[in-house]
Design a protein around this ligand. Structure first.
Ligand SMILES: [Zn+2]
Length: 291
């Protein structure tokens, strides 16, 4: 068996120190998903500073098949997204992207698409105005869930089969993992109330059925109580989701969002991605201080 030199299109997700003091990088690669590689050289080595989190570019890796280890021999940096380090929110966003790729084994199997998606997200974060880090992350998470094969279909009601029209609104049930039309969502809420006819259900100010779900977006993201885990999605949110699937990344990430729509989408999309990762996400516990 001979040694081999491998070349990867890559994004540096993480750098950590081995017990022996060597640095180990985890790369997201288009060719092989997640790849770990050692980097030798002191703290002042050029390679070490080039290949650091979140640099993207071509990684040249030497593979020793006998010892089964990989060593980074060169890194042709394409972008390092310098503005990420200027703002806590953007840096948090890049950390979330990295954590999600690490915890989903590189985002499933379509590695080149996942890498492209991650690079698009970092470019948008890098270019975003101060404080505007949520929209690129929402597009990233929504598309990642879909690449993982876990994306729910917002175009029809999974309970009755009716087409979901953006103008009429809809809801997403985390309990049942599906989108519901306003009529089915209302039935769901009524059923939950009947089941738990306790304090919160009766105290709710939702009033008549017709106002429970619908075109009114000036409300909290969760219908009834947070515990019912039913996210309200008005016309703005549903149209945004359509765009997030269909538009070029930068355009989708630039689409304006009202604050209440943003709240609904965060509840939906971050909830979906947490479930997809199937493990606690440190980024969200750290990010609590940001939102
Ligand atoms: Zn329905």
């Amino acid at each position: 068996v001979s040694s081999r030199n491998l070349v990867y299109e890559s994004l540096v997700l993480r750098a950590r120190e081995s017990p022996g003091g060597a640095r180990i990088l985890t790369l997201m690669t288009a060719e092989a998903g997640l790849v770990d590689a050692f980097v030798f050289g002191g703290p002042k080595s050029k390679l070490r500073s080039l290949a650091s989190p979140y640099a993207s570019g071509r990684a040249f890796v030497y593979l020793d098949p006998v010892k089964d280890y990989r060593k980074l021999s060169d890194f042709e940096a394409r972008d390092s997204y310098p503005a990420l380090r200027d703002e806590l929110g953007k840096l948090w966003g890049a950390g979330l992207v990295a954590e999600l790729l690490l915890k989903t084994a590189g985002g499933g199997g379509d590695f080149h698409l996942v890498l492209e998606l991650a690079l698009d997200c970092l470019s948008s974060l890098d270019a975003a105005a101060p404080g505007e880090y949520d929209r690129p992350l929402l597009v990233f998470c929504w598309r990642l869930v879909s690449l993982l094969g876990l994306g729910p279909d917002p175009s029809s009601c999974a309970a009755c089969g009716a087409e979901i029209r953006a103008g009429a609104g809809a809801a997403y049930s985390f309990e049942r993992e599906l989108f519901l039309c306003p009529a089915c969502a209302s039935r769901e809420v009524e059923a939950a109330r009947y089941e738990q006819a306790g304090a919160y259900a009766m105290a709710g100010a939702d009033g008549g059925r017709s106002s429970i779900v619908g075109a009114d977006e000036d409300r909290a993201p969760f219908i009834g109580s947070r515990a019912a885990r039913l996210v309200r999605l008005g016309p703005g949110a549903l149209r945004w989701l359509e765009g997030a699937s269909a538009l070029p990344f930068a355009q989708a990430a630039d689409a304006p969002l009202e604050a209440t729509v943003l709240d609904s989408l965060k509840a939906l999309v971050y909830g979906l991605v947490k479930r997809a990762a199937d493990a606690p996400l440190q980024s969200f516990s750290r990010g609590a201080a940001l939102s």
